[in-house]
Design a protein. Structure first.
Length: 324
C-alpha cells in the first residue's frame, strides 16, 4: 500500500513519459530549450522540502526532469508545510512545497532573513476523509459530525462512533491525522473546527501520509484525512467518505474539486520558489521552468487534479513575473 513515487516504477515512468511526449513539440521545446538552457547540459542540486501532500508531485517532476538532465538532482524532503517554510525562510532550501498559502508570520521571517520568494500554484487537491474498506457503517459525514470528532473539546470525551451519530455502532473511534506542522492539518482544522490549528490532540499523528494510510486501512473503526492522491493510490484498502457541507453528500474527485461542489475541502497546492535561487542557480531555473511547462501532464500522470485553463494561465503569468 505504500506509495512509492519513483519513476523506476515501470507504470509511473511509462505513464509520465507517454503523457509528456503526447503534449507535442511545444512542451518538449520548453522543457529542453528555455527550461534547461537552450538544450545545454545542466547540473547541480535542487533542494526542496515541505508538504507531504505536494511531495509526490514535485518528486515526479524532478525524476522525470532528470531523464532530460541527468546531472540535476532534485531532492524532496517532507517536514510538513510549516516545517518546510521554517527551512525555506532560513535560506536552507530552494523550493518549499506547500498545501496552504504561506502565513504572514512565516513571510515576515523570510523578509527578516532577506529571502524573497514567488508563489506558484501547481495543482488542486480534494482533501479526503477516509476509512478502511472494512468499514460498513459510514459513507457520508457532515461537517458537524467531523467537528464532533475533531474539535478540541472532543479530547478525552468523544471516543465512540455512537457519540458522533447515534446511528453508528458503539465502537471505539480511532483517529489518524497529520501532525501540527502539516498544511493539511491547518486547512482541515480551519474548515472543520473554525480555527486553524484548533484540534484535539489525542489522535494518531504523523507527518508521513503513508503511516496514516497504513493505520486507517488496518482497522474498520479507524478514520483519517490526507490529500486525495494518497487515497487514489490506496483505493484498494481505503474508502473515501463523502462530505455534506449543507447541500448533500459529495464525494471527493477531480471533477467535484474543479467545479466547486466538493466544499469546503477542495484546496490549491503550491510550490514557493526562492527568487535568489531561481536567479543564481541554473539548475533551479531550468527545473522550475520545466515544472511549469509540463505541469498539466505531470499532475495527471502523478494522479493529481490538474489546473484548469484559467489557473494554468495564472501559473504561467506567475512564472513570467519570476523570470522578470
Amino acid at each position: 500500500m505504500r506509495r512509492t513515487h519513483s519513476l523506476t516504477a515501470v507504470s509511473a515512468g511509462v505513464a509520465l513519459a507517454f503523457l509528456l511526449s503526447a503534449c507535442g513539440g511545444d512542451n518538449q521545446a520548453a522543457a529542453g530549450g528555455e527550461g534547461s538552457g537552450s538544450g545545454e547540459s545542466v547540473s547541480g542540486e535542487v533542494v526542496v522540502d515541505g508538504s507531504s501532500t505536494v511531495q509526490p508531485l514535485t518528486a515526479a517532476a524532478g525524476e522525470l526532469y532528470a531523464e532530460e538532465q541527468p546531472g540535476v538532482n532534485v531532492s524532496v524532503a517532507t517536514s510538513g508545510t510549516g516545517g518546510g517554510f521554517e527551512k525555506f525562510c532560513q535560506g536552507q532550501t530552494d523550493i518549499s512545497n506547500a498545501s496552504r498559502p504561506i502565513k504572514e508570520e512565516e513571510a515576515a521571517i523570510c523578509e527578516e532573513n532577506g529571502v524573497e520568494f514567488s508563489e506558484l500554484r501547481v495543482a488542486t487537491d480534494a482533501l479526503t476523509v477516509v476509512t478502511s474498506k472494512d468499514n460498513d457503517f459510514v459513507d457520508c459525514l457532515t461537517i458537524e459530525e467531523l467537528n464532533t470528532m475533531w474539535a478540541p473539546e472532543a479530547e478525552g470525551e468523544v471516543d465512540s462512533w455512537s457519540q458522533v451519530n447515534p446511528d453508528f455502532p458503539d465502537e471505539k473511534l480511532e483517529l489518524y491525522g497529520p501532525g501540527t506542522d502539516s498544511g493539511t492539518f491547518d486547512y482541515f482544522t480551519d474548515e472543520v473546527n473554525g480555527e486553524e490549528g484548533a484540534s484535539r490532540s489525542d489522535y494518531n499523528a504523523s507527518e508521513d501520509d503513508n503511516v496514516l494510510v497504513q493505520g486507517v486501512s488496518g482497522s474498520a473503526n479507524a478514520i483519517g484525512y490526507f490529500g486525495y492522491t494518497y487515497y487514489e493510490e490506496n483505493a484498494d484498502a481505503l474508502k473515501a467518505i463523502e462530505v455534506d457541507s449543507g447541500d448533500g453528500c459529495v464525494a471527493p474527485s477531480a471533477e467535484t474539486a474543479a467545479d466547486g461542489s466538493y466544499t469546503p475541502l477542495a484546496r490549491p497546492l503550491f510550490i514557493y520558489v526562492a527568487d535568489k535561487s531561481y536567479a543564481d542557480k541554473e539548475q533551479v531555473t531550468a527545473f522550475v521552468d520545466y515544472y511549469v511547462a509540463n505541469n498539466g501532464p505531470i499532475a495527471e500522470a502523478a494522479q493529481y487534479i490538474p489546473l484548469n485553463d484559467e489557473q494554468s494561465g495564472e501559473l504561467e503569468s506567475s512564472l513570467g513575473e519570476l523570470q522578470g
